[in-house]
Write a protein that binds this ligand. Structure first.
Ligand SMILES: [Zn+2]
Ligand SMILES: [Zn+2]
Length: 286
């Protein structure tokens, strides 16, 4: 993996001086980065299924997120091992009883392992809201853990053309189906940037990727003084926003989680303006 973006790192360190609790988000982010460095994706998902889906994508971009096609095409016992690995790495620093419950539950019940894996692939956020309550774990921590083992498979399916313009609805990722709250400008092109699978989707800058509005007077942005590198972009019609970074100004952003946590002040700003990341209320980024 490439080096951390120094602009974002410095910005995050500054935010952290005011909000020391942000450190835990950075710890989780590092756990994921480390996990992804050492993982062999082909142990988890069926190689033939992956090959078949990639072939389909090359022929025609499907309507549903590509990752959904992996439903039932993963190895449950390997998924259990991966969840234990990610979970134990987190437990090394974060004493979380809910997380212990999750690992216990996985060990006991093979059907749950299958069910949770399939719900990850179908991006069923509401399922995890309910499941988190019964397990006694924070829903964001739950989705963070159960999503992580599938990232390498999503990355395999992330075969979009950086030159081609794609149509995105409800600002959902074409690969994993998650809501996207980040964007990247590179050589004056705008790419939506998925926080989970890191897919970059080249999109029209003059269109809302949540509601489809193309009235440029209703598409606005906000910048903090002295920070031309970052923007809060929003649509007045559907009142949703996303956060963008300009790679031509700050260099490569490889880790979307670092971009996300280094710009959390923009989320507070957006909330003050009455904006939300999604107006469908069903999906949240994880
Ligand atoms: Zn994605
Ligand atoms: Zn809109």
């Amino acid at each position: 993996m490439a080096e951390e973006n120094s602009f974002l790192r410095a910005r995050f360190e500054e935010l952290k001086t005011e909000h020391p609790k942000l450190d835990i988000l950075d710890f989780l982010r590092r756990c994921r980065v480390e996990y992804l460095l050492n993982i062999d994706l082909l142990k988890l998902v069926d190689e033939i299924a992956l090959y078949r889906i990639k072939k389909q994508i090359r022929n025609k971009i499907p309507e549903t997120p590509f990752g959904q096609e992996l439903e039932n095409n993963f190895d449950h016992s390997e998924y259990l091992i991966q969840i234990e690995n990610v979970g134990n790495a987190i437990l090394s620093r974060l004493e979380d009883p809910g997380l212990k419950n999750l690992i216990e539950l996985f060990r006991k019940d093979d059907n749950i392992v299958r069910e949770i894996g399939n719900c990850v692939l179908k991006s069923e956020y509401q399922y995890f809201v309910n499941r988190a309550k019964t397990i006694g774990i924070d829903v964001d921590l739950l989705t963070f853990i159960v999503d992580t083992p599938f990232i390498p498979a999503y990355r395999e399916l992330s075969i979009l053309d950086p030159e081609e313009l794609y149509n995105v609805r409800n600002r959902r990722c074409l690969v994993c189906g998650r809501l996207i709250n980040l964007g990247i400008y590179k050589r004056r092109k705008l790419y939506l940037f998925c926080k989970l699978c890191r897919t970059r989707i080249h999109v029209d800058q003059f269109r809302c990727h949540n509601c489809g509005n193309t009235d440029s007077y209703q598409l606005c942005f906000y910048m903090l003084e002295g920070q031309p590198e970052l923007k809060l972009e929003y649509c007045k019609v559907c009142k949703t926003y996303f956060k963008t970074a300009d790679e031509d100004k700050i260099g490569n952003v490889d880790d979307p989680l670092l971009l996300d946590i280094a710009t959390l002040d923009y989320d507070s700003l957006a909330q003050k303006k009455g904006l939300s990341s999604s107006n469908t209320k069903e999906h949240k980024p994880s």
